[in-house]
Design a protein. Structure first.
Length: 370
C-alpha cells in the first residue's frame, strides 16, 4: 500500500436508486482529503455497464433544475482484475487495458438491490479488496426488512407488528395474505421488503387500499412487507460507527424527523427534494433516558446483524415513551440532506473526518473470513 491509499468510489447501479447514489458519491468525493487519499471513480450505468469516472467528474454530479444526476452510457469501460500484488481497476480502450490503478479500499455507495444487499460485497470478498461497511450476511439481512425483523426479534430487540408477503404466498393465496394484513391495526405501511429511499411505499388507512398498495410495492420488489403504523409516534434515527480493533461500536446523538402534516411520511420527495414539508431536528429533543435507550438499542441492532463500519438505525418512540426499532440501514446516504453525517457532526465528528474514519475502519480489518 502506498502512503496515499487509493479509494475506489463505486456508485450508480441499475436499481431505482441510481440517481441518489450519484448524489451520494459526489458528496463523499468532495469530502475526502486529497492529501491523504487518492480517489478513483467507478460508476455503474443504469444498463449495468462498469465505467471509469474521473474524480472531478464525480464531484460535479448535482441536482440541476430539479433533476437528479445520472451516469451516461458513453463513458469508457472499467474492469476489475486480480493481479499479483492485489486488485486493480483498468480502463478498456480499443480492447486494450490501459491506466490500471491498484485499489486499496472500495467504498460502495450503491443504494438498493445489488449495492447494499451483500451482492457487491461478495464481489469485493472474492477480489480480496478491503471495503467500507458491512459484509455479505449483514448487508443482506439489513436490506431485507423481513429477515432483519426476524434477527432483531431473536435477539430480544423490540420491533412492531408486521406481515411479510413473499411472492410465492401472494401467488398461491392472495386472500390469506390480505387476511393476515387485516389483523394489523391501521394505518399500515406497505413496503418493498428490500427497497430503500422510501420508494414504492404506501400509507394505507383501510383494507380496500391494501391490494393496490401491494402491487405498487411489487413493482420494486416481488417480496413485500406490511408494517403496522402508529399514531402519535416520533420518528427517531441514530448513527452507528464501528471501532478500530473490533471493539464495541459507538452511537451518535439521535435525530428526529418531523413531518409538517399528520398523515405524511418521510418518503422519497421529503428525503431528497424537500419543499418545506419536513423538519430534521439534530439532536432530537428527547428525555435523557430515552435518548440513552435509543443509542444503546442502535448499537445492539448493529451487533445483532454483525454489522461493520457504519449503519443508521431508525426508531419509533410512542407517546408513552416506548422505543421500537423500525429498521437498520447498513449504507445510509451521504447527501447534503442526509441524517447520518448530520448526526455525527453534532456528535463531534465533521464530515471529512467521518469519511476518513470509515476508510480507516476498512483498512484496519483483514480480508477473507473474519
Amino acid at each position: 500500500m502506498t502512503d496515499r491509499p487509493t479509494v475506489a468510489l463505486v456508485f450508480g447501479g441499475g436499481s431505482s436508486e441510481h440517481r441518489i447514489s450519484c448524489l451520494t458519491a459526489a458528496s463523499v468525493a468532495r469530502a475526502i482529503d486529497p492529501e491523504r487519499f487518492r480517489v478513483v471513480g467507478v460508476g455503474i450505468t443504469p444498463s449495468g455497464r462498469w465505467v471509469s469516472v474521473p474524480a472531478e467528474d464525480v464531484m460535479a454530479l448535482e441536482v440541476r433544475d430539479g433533476v437528479l444526476p445520472s451516469l451516461s452510457e458513453d463513458r469508457p469501460e472499467a474492469i476489475w482484475r486480480r493481479v499479483d500484488n492485489g486488485t486493480e481497476v483498468a480502463i478498456v480502450d480499443d480492447d486494450q487495458l490501459v491506466e490500471a490503478v491498484r485499489i486499496d479500499v472500495a467504498l460502495a455507495l450503491l443504494h438498493g438491490p445489488f449495492g447494499e444487499d451483500g451482492t457487491i460485497q461478495g464481489m469485493f470478498e472474492m477480489l480480496d479488496v478491503r471495503y467500507v461497511g458491512s459484509g455479505v450476511a449483514a448487508s443482506a439481512i439489513g436490506m431485507d426488512k423481513h429477515f432483519m425483523k426476524l434477527v432483531f426479534s431473536a435477539q430480544g430487540l423490540p420491533v412492531g407488528p408486521y406481515v411479510a408477503i413473499p411472492p410465492r404466498e401472494w401467488a398461491a393465496d392472495r386472500a390469506a395474505c390480505l387476511d393476515a394484513v387485516a389483523s394489523l391495526n391501521f394505518p399500515v405501511y406497505v413496503k418493498p421488503a428490500r427497497g430503500g429511499s422510501s420508494m414504492g411505499i404506501t400509507r394505507v388507512t383501510s383494507m380496500d387500499e391494501v391490494g393496490v398498495a401491494i402491487e405498487k410495492a411489487r413493482d420494486y420488489d416481488p417480496k413485500v412487507i406490511v408494517e403496522e403504523g402508529f399514531t402519535e409516534i416520533r420518528e427517531i434515527e441514530c448513527g452507528v460507527l464501528g471501532s478500530l480493533g473490533g471493539g464495541l461500536a459507538e452511537a451518535s446523538v439521535p435525530a428526529e424527523i418531523r413531518m409538517h402534516t399528520e398523515d405524511a411520511f418521510y418518503d422519497f420527495e421529503a428525503k431528497y427534494l424537500p419543499d418545506e414539508q419536513v423538519s430534521l431536528d439534530v439532536p432530537a429533543d428527547l428525555q435523557p433516558e430515552i435518548a440513552d435507550e435509543v443509542r444503546q438499542l442502535a448499537v445492539q441492532a448493529f451487533h445483532a446483524v454483525d454489522g461493520e463500519g457504519l449503519a443508521r438505525v431508525d426508531f419509533f418512540v410512542t407517546r408513552t415513551g416506548r422505543v421500537l426499532i423500525n429498521e437498520i440501514n447498513t449504507m445510509p446516504g451521504f447527501t447534503a440532506l442526509s441524517m447520518f453525517p448530520r448526526m455525527w457532526h453534532h456528535s463531534g465528528l465533521e464530515y471529512p473526518q467521518l469519511i476518513e474514519r470509515l476508510i480507516e475502519l476498512a483498512l484496519d480489518r483483514p480480508v477473507g473470513l473474519r
